[in-house]
Design a protein around this ligand. Sequence first.
Ligand code: PMP
Length: 412
Amino acid sequence: MQTLTQSRFRYGNGIRLIDDSGVEYLDAVSGTFNLSLGYNHPHIVEKVQEQVGNLTHMSSSFTEPYVNDVLEKLTEIAPNGIDAGWMRDITGSTANECAVKIAQKYTQSSDIISLYLSHHGQSQFATGISGNAFRRKKFPNSAAANSVHVPAPYCYRCPFNSSGPNCGFQCIEAISDHIEYASSGSVACMIIEPILGNGGNIIPPEGYFERLRKLCDEYSIILIADEVQTGIGRTGYMYASELFNIQPDIITLAKGLGGIGIPVAAVLMQSRLDVLEKHEHSFTSGSNLLSLIAAKSTLEVVSEPGFLDEVKLKGEILRELLHELAPKYKCIGEARGVGLMWGLEIVDSQGAPDVVKANAIIERAFTDQHLILRGSRYGLGNVVKVRPSLTVTTDELVEITERLESVLQSVN
Ligand code: PMP
């Protein structure tokens, strides 16, 4: 029997992975949520292969025309006057650092507000601004010194024990208290994930982002939407900011932008925020041509007429399937999600987070059902995620849920 870490996969196609003994697995989480178009999507493969034979990399001093091709497409459909961008990053972590640098340079302020349970990356800085206390404790670092964490809008486990549409948004109140108390006007930015992905697929309640935007305006705080997970069609919209009407000042992207897992990242902003000099944030392998070609061809696919409508439709089918499944199993406290970004909150008989069971589900799914799921180690650890590639078929959605149900029957 193979375990998750021992497997050597040889080939992938769509949401399917084949290991070296020819056994096929269904990847229900698009790699690390980054293979937005699945394994070996033919259009991206063709364009990247073509590029390999021409030029794979140049100094970023010469890549502007290629960068502009991608930025043109990204900004054409971006929300709220976002019309400029920066593509010298390879990862989401440094894209977030770039966004914060922009905000700090523009505002000449230092502090960064982020949410508990947020995850903004693994670099020293991104760990510091991420809202996972146990991780920061392991790596005490200077970045955490000017970053402030505020309660997440986690309605299922409301940090204020409130509930319902008239909860009073104490989670927003807590932010304003913090601004007033902590900073005397020195907050540069607030960084949020439209859906807290690794924190547990947490979806803020209606009205949350409207209040957040108002608060940021009141204190002249730059609002950064980390769309590393939610961007490029994951929710059925190109940007989750559009779905939730967030109106961010800056959007960061990575993961799904590379289509078939090619590393690439982007920072989009309103042109007033286009303040960085070239030498202030760039990396040797940034603006890599293969990355830029992958991004460009991914956008060609995602913006084909009807593509996102189909993602929305498939998202509704997945919603129905998971909402039908969840009430049958006591260990599922809640199935929540939007588009093709779903999480199952696994609970014990008292409703407390059941991390052991969540891990058992993931492990058994792999060994017994050849179904690849992922957990939420950066959150409370009890949310099992389902996030297939945007190219998943409806039959495959049914297949994923059937295999998941077999696992649940064996662990419930
Ligand atoms: N932001 C979010 C929301 C993420 O989920 C991640 C990665 N899991 C990152 C940032 C960091 O991206 P990367 O791993 O490419 O550095």
